[in-house]
Design a binder for this molecule. Structure first.
Ligand code: PEP
Length: 251
């Protein structure tokens, strides 16, 4: 369960949210196990989150919302994979629809970023998903699979096995309009099948496929019952410790 905070919360607010989340997740009434929980704050919060996670030995993991496709040098405003790895990031989101939309990120760039993240020892969370017009035209599976093909180009079967792919239909992000479990399953299954065709059974069985788009504690259970939905990428609801805690205890 990964919580993408987007451009919300300064480093002091981040500390408060992580404290509340740690407290919520440690509630002994629910000590029969938890999902792997990941928070994805803005870059400026990462050092504070690292300090808390290390200092309090929290079982939370954390990651970044983006990474540069370059290693270092004259790229003002960018943050490299090695900088993020040095801060203890386990995950990096690449190709979020807001980056594809507002920063014209192509599959090729998303792919280059995913390679940089993996080479630095982090797990890319590769986001794919169609807009409303594509869904209405009935082309959502083909569109999403073409993003998968482009974004995962050049990875070996072993590498793909360790990746996370997040299916996030753009029409469901931040709209309150969650995909139905059937809709989520249809595309998540197609993503896994594409991995099976290209990389074989063990990569397909191991790759983690998340659904994202208006996930809340009240709807996550039905989504997680579907065979090919392995987890959720959560935006708005991850800013509330109780709500996100509820998502992490989806069963
Ligand atoms: C997201 O930003 O990845 C997302 C899924 O947002 P929300 O949960 O707010 O729809």
């Amino acid at each position: 369960m990964a919580g993408n905070w987007k451009m919300n919360l300064n480093h002091q607010e981040a500390v408060v949210l992580v404290q509340k989340l740690a407290w919520t997740l440690s509630d002994k009434k629910h000590d029969h196990g938890l999902a792997e929980v990941v928070v994805i704050p803005p870059f400026t919060d990462l050092r504070s989150v690292q300090t808390m996670v290390d200092g309090d030995r929290l079982s939370l993991r954390y990651g970044a919302q983006d990474v540069s496709a370059h290693d270092n040098g004259a790229y003002t405003g960018e943050v490299s994979a090695s900088m993020l790895a040095k801060l203890g990031c386990s995950y990096v989101v690449v190709g979020h629809s807001e980056r594809r939309m507002y920063h014209q990120e192509s599959d090729e760039l998303v792919n280059a970023k995913a390679h940089k993240a993996l080479a630095a020892g982090m797990t890319p969370i590769v986001c794919v998903g169609e807009g409303l017009d594509v869904r209405q035209a009935g082309e959502h599976v083909a569109f999403t699979l073409s993003q998968v093909d482009g974004s995962l180009d050049g990875f070996s079967a072993e590498q793909v096995a360790g990746l996370v792919v997040a299916y996030e239909p753009v029409w469901a992000i931040g709209t309150g309009e969650v995909a139905t479990p059937d809709d989520a399953q249809e595309v998540c299954a197609a993503i896994r099948e594409r991995v099976r065709e290209v990389h074989g059974d063990s990569a397909a069985d191991a790759v983690r496929v998340l659904y994202g788009g208006s996930v809340k504690a009240a709807n996550v259970g039905a989504l997680m019952e579907r065979a090919d939905v392995d987890g959720a990428l959560v935006g708005g609801a991850s800013l509330d410790a109780e709500e996100f805690g509820g998502i992490c205890r989806f069963y």
